[in-house]
Design a protein around this ligand. Structure first.
Ligand code: NDP
Length: 242
């Protein structure tokens, strides 16, 4: 029986590519989203992947949403924590609301979803949790204390849960994308991209969502059973961690 994969923020951008790639690899995929119904309906019509609307920052909503996915498709064996937002501002101008929104959506969400799949993964003796962080959680970024903190927090969560899951066949890993050609990056003016960002990327271009999706498919696979607690940087050489 095909394994069940849940992709948060799975209807747009990088998540869209991850959902499609997992389906192509033979998984039964559920794609979660927050509020953009038009994009979600179009995604479902185009891909045939069922969509589930809930806020990953809301613990009770995650419990209910994952219960529904489990009822419809079966217990989640592959969880991809991809949903994320930015609310950029220099710290001296950042509001408490901007801080809270990003921590809630980008970091609390990882607990909220993982908590509701971990028990069934432990009972099955198999699980894959793949957390989408960011280059800016690795190296820091001006105007992103909230985002860099949330994304760096994901790395600590990943390593701690990797210890807990190891004896139960559960791997937990992080992927840290560099600058990927999605709507999030399309919002950056072309001149800034051409003069400030792309020159810092040794490969000389933005990444594609499909390049992140292929890394997810590998980490979800049986072939990746010995990879846990790791961070896979997919950034064109933009930041090479020691
Ligand atoms: P997009 O903004 O294109 O898509 C975000 C997706 O997440 C959408 O499906 C959105 O749903 C969903 N989402 C947002 N908030 C919530 C929420 N509270 N509950 C449930 N779903 C939510 O983002 P990207 O594809 O650009 O980014 C995906 C991930 O990759 C993020 O974690 C981001 O931080 C990370 N990343 C992206 C990089 C890039 O260059 N783009 C670089 C490094 C990391 P809806 O459609 O309903 O709004």
């Amino acid at each position: 029986m095909a394994r069940v994969a849940l992709v948060t923020g799975g209807t747009r951008g990088i998540g869209h590519a991850i959902s499609v790639a997992l389906k192509a690899a033979g998984y039964r995929v559920a794609a979660n989203y927050a509020g953009n119904d038009a994009a979600a309906q179009q995604f479902q019509a185009e891909t045939g992947i069922p969509v589930y609307k809930w806020d990953v920052g809301d613990y009770a909503a995650c419990e209910a949403g994952i219960a529904q996915v489990t009822k419809d498709l079966g217990a989640v064996e592959v969880l991809v924590n991809n949903a994320g937002i930015t609310r950029d501002a220099m710290l001296h101008r950042m509001t408490k609301e901007q801080w809270d929104q990003v921590i809630r959506t980008d970091l609390d969400s990882v607990f909220n979803t993982s908590r509701h799949v971990i028990e069934s993964m432990r009972s099955k003796g198999f699980g894959r949790i793949i957390n989408v962080s960011s280059i800016n959680g690795r190296k820091g970024q001006m105007g992103q204390t909230n985002y860099s903190a949330a994304k760096a927090g994901i790395h600590g969560f990943t390593k701690a849960l990797a210890f807990e899951g190891a004896a139960k066949g559960i791997t937990v890993n992080t992927i840290a994308p560099g600058y990927i050609a999605t709507e999030m990056v399309a919002a950056v003016p072309k001149e800034v991209l051409d003069t400030k960002i792309i020159p810092q990327i040794p490969v000389g271009r933005l990444g594609e969502s499909e390049e992140i999706a292929r890394a997810v498919v590998f980490l979800a696979s049986d072939d990746a059973g010995f990879v846990t607690g790791a961070c896979l940087d997919v950034n064109g050489g933009h930041y090479m961690a020691t």
